[in-house]
Design a protein around this ligand. Sequence first.
Ligand SMILES: *Cc1c(COP(=O)(O)O)cnc(C)c1O
Length: 287
Amino acid sequence: MQIPSPIEEFQFNNLNFKVKRDDLIDPFISGNKWRKLNYQLAEATRLEKNHLVTFGGAFSNHLLATAAAGAKFKFKTTAIVRGEKVDNEILFFCAIFGMNLIFVDRTAYRDKENLFEKLFSKDPNAYFIDEGGAGALGQQGCENIIHEINLPISNVFCAAGTGTTAIGILKTLQSKYPESILHIIPVLKNLNLETQILNSIPDAKNFIVHEDYHFGGYAKTTPQLLNFIKKFTSTTGLIIDPIYTGKMFFAMFNLIEEQKVKYDENFIAIHTGGALGSLGMRNKFDF
Ligand SMILES: *Cc1c(COP(=O)(O)O)cnc(C)c1O
């Protein structure tokens, strides 16, 4: 695994910017999913539990990361997958890594603690990891993203699903780079991230949640977003996906273009990975 992840320079729309390539940490344990698993695996080991049980949708980057990390670090893995039984590229890789897949309907899926209790109360080795790797240990892992940076940075951009990554980043950023600003792009509607951030970091400052770049909601897209992704990837060589990082990079360039942020050479985007998860979106593109 490539830790610390590299930082690379790119140019797009005649602007130079840096990218923290967490997508290069591992092909399957991708991006922020490794950051979020890191300390949870250590905790499972400390508790002598060798069976990771976690949750996600059928194209979840987190399920794939858990499957791959489990195989690499000698854990048994089980995924509770939301919805009816399906087969796709992500679940195929999960299965190859040895993950046991249990499909549950959307109603039952909602109560994860209850499902865990019901299915695994007799397994003393079972270790609960929340959907997406969310939680305090997940946040702690994401603090390392900024610990690994030793360059001048002015504005940091990251996509948010649960917000775990953004909160971890903000914690380190505030102490290490007190002059810099974190721009958070929620990829779903009504995440209420600002409240969540202030609950986790009472003195949180120097962050902006940009609510206008979800493109209709989680995994929703528009022709404008898809065209941006095609243009961005074909001119930079950097794969971005329509669910997370595509929305983040779109927002970054849109905010610069509309002069809502003041551009300089020290912009850095956190590439949180997710290339394979975007296979679930490939029929949205018309090539
Ligand atoms: C899961 C994921 C996110 C969201 O991270 P949160 O910590 O849940 O906000 C962002 N980008 C990619 C590529 C992801 O797979």
